[in-house]
Design a protein. Structure first.
Length: 292
């Protein structure tokens, strides 16, 4: 069966409309009758095929008694829901809940992530995560706990059985974030995550010098029903690349990283050496602190 034409923006819009209908306690048939639509028209709208004006969309959401902020958000998405490739600008900083990223992470079958200078968000411990947020120049301290909770919820999406591969540069593992205890705890967490059947961690060695991923971090996702996309997360915006030539470019980078990275066993051995350098064997006090 061919994959259905879909976009990251369109999937977020459709999910939002379905949530509004469900939140009103209505069925698709009931809401279609209320706004005098055919069910086929409602299906087209929810699946990103268009077929309605913005006024009709506003009427639909009004019938569902959706909150004003959600109505405004979905109305802003609708005109571009069919466009592949989306630069989502957040203003001063990214929102607490990265809604579009979460929508796609939830349904992805495979995930391949590359990071140059930090442990990827989806592999961070709470302490490491908190230190990263505390040093941000744009994230309000009042949002710290909410952001930690939101990011931990994103990590839970990895437990759905999707195959995950993480490429991390060795320099990211050497960066002491939050002091020795936090650093050691993060390295130990990576070793534990590497034992998951669906998770692979590969390290790009610093000795390699120049490497294929120098342009920066990204996350590549594939889906059962949709075409692949690449998510690039920045300080105050998110890029969702979906054009076929763009995706092919990122996939070439992934193949090059695969060819140049340490294999799984060597990657684990490197993480163990870094952990032992912080918490030497025999120093049980330091080792206990790293897992507390």
């Amino acid at each position: 069966m061919p994959k259905r034409t879909s976009t990251a923006c369109g999937r977020e819009f459709g999910a939002g409309v379905r949530a509004a209908i469900a939140g009103a306690g209505l069925t698709s048939r009931a809401v279609a009758e209320i706004v005098d639509w055919d069910e086929a028209k409602l299906s087209d709208v929810v699946n990103g095929k268009g077929g309605a004006s913005q006024i009709e969309i506003a009427t639909l959401l009004g019938a569902c008694r959706a909150k004003a902020a959600e109505v405004a958000h979905l109305l802003s998405l609708y005109p571009v829901a069919h466009v592949k490739g989306w630069w989502q600008q957040h203003g001063t900083c990214a929102p607490v809940w990265l809604r579009t990223a979460v929508e796609n992470l939830a349904v992805a079958e495979t995930l391949t992530s590359w990071h140059t200078h930090a442990v990827p968000l989806l592999l961070q411990t709470v302490d490491y995560m908190r230190e990263v947020l505390l040093t941000s120049s744009t994230v309000p301290e009042s949002e710290l706990q909410d952001r930690v909770k939101a990011q931990l919820a994103m990590q839970e999406l990895l437990r759905g059985g999707k195959k995950c591969t993480f490429f991390i540069h060795e320099l990211a593992l050497n960066l002491c974030v939050g002091g020795a205890e936090v650093h050691a705890g993060q390295l130990l967490h990576l070793l534990l995550m590497a034992k998951w059947a669906n998770t692979t961690i590969r390290i790009v060695p610093a000795a390699l010098g120049a490497h294929p991923g120098m342009a920066g971090p990204f996350t590549h996702m594939t889906f059962a029903k949709y075409e692949p996309l690449v998510w690039v997360d920045t300080e105050n915006s998110s890029l969702f690349a979906e054009a076929k030539d763009a995706i092919r470019g990122y996939e070439k980078v992934i193949r090059a990283l695969d060819a140049r990275s340490l294999d799984e066993a060597a990657s684990k051995a490197l993480i163990v050496r870094l952990y032992d350098a912080i918490c030497p064997p025999g120093d049980e006090t330091a080792r206990r602190k790293s897992v507390s």
